[in-house]
Design a protein around this ligand. Structure first.
Ligand SMILES: NC(=O)c1ccc[n+]([C@@H]2O[C@H](COP(=O)([O-])OP(=O)(O)OC[C@H]3O[C@@H](n4cnc5c(N)ncnc54)[C@H](OP(=O)(O)O)[C@@H]3O)[C@@H](O)[C@H]2O)c1
Length: 245
């Protein structure tokens, strides 16, 4: 991967892991277009990081996705990092569930958005050298936890989608690589006030970019590598460890 010849589109680049990815990509010399859901968040990120082409994109919105693809025509995007995501805590046994929004919207953001944005971007990326689509899923795609059933299902679905997409592109001889990055618990707004042993967004981003550099299909970040080993030896043990969370 020659970063100086890379134009990356990073979704959810305003905060957390996405922001760390954006900062590192800029440092490495890549051109970066990055998105956030809210105007306020995008404006704030633009002030802090003016080299980046910042755009508002609510990826659950079909029209906004189409506009983004149209805007990127001819811009030479060859690295698409699907990073944006939300995690809602749901307890299906409680009538007064504490969710901010429902299953359909959570799934539209975490699953439908990246899948359909990929569909729109593939024809643009097909003509680029060293093109790659990266899906940031989660260690929870390997084994779910109790507290976020929809999120875990979305990430497992995205993992499955990435595998099929990789096979389709190879079969069709389209020169676009597919990578899945599986972070462990990372210290961001998403995990504020819960969990222990978190790694920094910078550490997660740096491992993800190293994996992309080596053309890896799957990047097991931090403790996700251990979870992968356990789940290969005993899927039941991996599930038993994770489900209590
Ligand atoms: N943190 C963890 O422990 C962890 C672990 C494994 C995997 N992950 C995954 O890593 C990715 C980044 O997580 P994070 O912890 O860095 O999240 P975060 O700090 O909460 O940031 C979320 C990002 O997604 C954007 N976003 C939210 N809703 C969106 C929407 N509807 N359309 C487009 N963008 C939207 C936000 O934009 P605004 O700033 O405009 O709201 C923000 O840039 C996610 O896919 C997450 O599932 C995180």
């Amino acid at each position: 991967m020659n970063w100086h010849q890379t134009h990356a589109l990073v979704t959810g680049g305003t905060r957390g892991i996405g922001r760390a990815l954006v900062d590192l990509l800029v440092e490495k010399g890549a051109a970066v277009t990055a998105t956030g859901r809210s105007r306020a968040s995008v404006d704030q990120a633009r002030q802090a990081c003016p080299k980046v082409n910042w755009r508002v994109l609510d990826q659950s919105d079909e029209n906004q996705r189409a506009e983004m693809v149209a805007r990127l025509q001819g811009q030479g995007v060859n690295l698409l990092i699907h990073n944006a995501g939300v995690q809602q805590l749901h307890d299906f046994t409680q009538e007064s569930d504490t969710l901010h929004f429902g299953t359909e919207l959570e799934t539209a953001i975490n699953f439908v958005g990246p899948v359909e944005l990929t569909r729109g971007m593939l024809p643009l990326m097909r003509a680029q050298a060293n093109a790659r689509v990266v899906f940031v899923t989660s260690g929870l795609a390997l084994a779910p936890k109790r507290s976020s059933p929809v999120y875990c299902a979305n990430k497992a679905g995205l993992r499955s989608f990435a595998k099929s997409l990789r096979a389709q592109l190879r079969h069709a001889k389209w020169p676009i690589g597919v990578t899945e990055a599986l972070p462990p618990l990372v210290d961001t707004d998403m995990t504020r006030g819960r969990g222990r042993g978190k790694i920094s967004p910078q550490a997660a981003a740096s491992q993800i970019l190293r994996g992309i550099e080596s053309g890896k299909s799957e990047i097991y970040v931090g403790a996700s590598a251990l979870l992968r080993v356990i789940s290969r030896i005993s899927p039941a043990l991996a599930e038993a460890i994770m489900i209590k969370r």
